[in-house]
Design a protein around this ligand. Sequence first.
Ligand code: HPA
Ligand code: ZN
Length: 354
Amino acid sequence: MQQVKDKEQTRIEKLIHSIPKTEIHLHLEGLVSVDTLWYLISRNKLEFDGINTREDLEQQFDFKSLDEFIWFYINILQNAFRTSEDLKCLITDAKTYLSRNNIVYAEIFFAPSKFVQNGLEFAEMMQILHDGAQKLQSEDNIEIKFIIDVSRSYGIENAEQNLALTLEHLNDSIIGIGLGGSESQGPAELFPSVFKKAIDKGLKVVAHAGEDVDSSSIWNSIKFLKAQRIGHGISARDDAKLIEYLQKTGIPLEICPTSNVFTRKFIQRLEDHPIRLFFDSGINVTLNTDDPTLFNIDLVEEYYNMYNHLDFTIEELFQLMKNTLFATFLPQEKKSALWEKTVAAIKRAGYLAP
Ligand code: HPA
Ligand code: ZN
């Protein structure tokens, strides 16, 4: 039986891999390879309690809550980067992750706050992101754009400063701002001034919401921040009015199922994830990994999980891919061109495109 399942899994994952995909909720730091992170901790001679070997490091990828996860993210992961050279490692890791999953376009978060605290120059970081994006485009034909996470973890002044620096050092690879970090400690209501300014300057705006707090956090991100997409949004599950609102407006949810199992707040098992309910309710659902290394998940595997644990048909997986592509901030003609390529790949695989 196991043998049959393994063969089936291999077949479906091969199929998923063969279709060019997009991803819109992915953190640059969270796709670091374990090798890179261990190399930086060792090379920068950093000492963290309980982390003496590479195996110790991997054992840390187990979290009881979002706040515990955020603590690790800031104090170990981001803290391991001490020079702008260190940051360049993430571009190499992005290339590996994106090509491994046949992702041809991605919108990737980068949260500068801790790096600034550790003395990295904002201008240099923005240049590294831009150079990295150009390198990926020319060498691998993969397009990436960045969304700067101004962060809700350090208060309003820090977020304002992040926006000011982003605007000062803006380049073509930076398309917007986001709000990540501790959702319970940094509510959306605190940040409307930052988001309004970003919108006025032509930036796209998104926010993590409903990952760790009830549906009021999602409503507030829409009302106060004018968020164009919601990161996670899973607490909408308990709010029929919000489900109806999301369905009517088509505001995309950036769903990251395995991430939600890791941070535990609303679900304990993939089978209980509301993505199925949202999809069936006509909400604009997209599929993403969030922090692939820390949650030990690849995008291809996450699509397979939807098939295996949440009864998505192959055709419904293609619909998730289509939703994700059309929820990107790409210009309409680029979306259409990419969708044409996707349809061709779906046809080559012997299926009808949605
Ligand atoms: N939520 C909030 N902040 C984050 C996350 C997340 O899932 N991943 C990286 N920073
Ligand atoms: Zn996230």
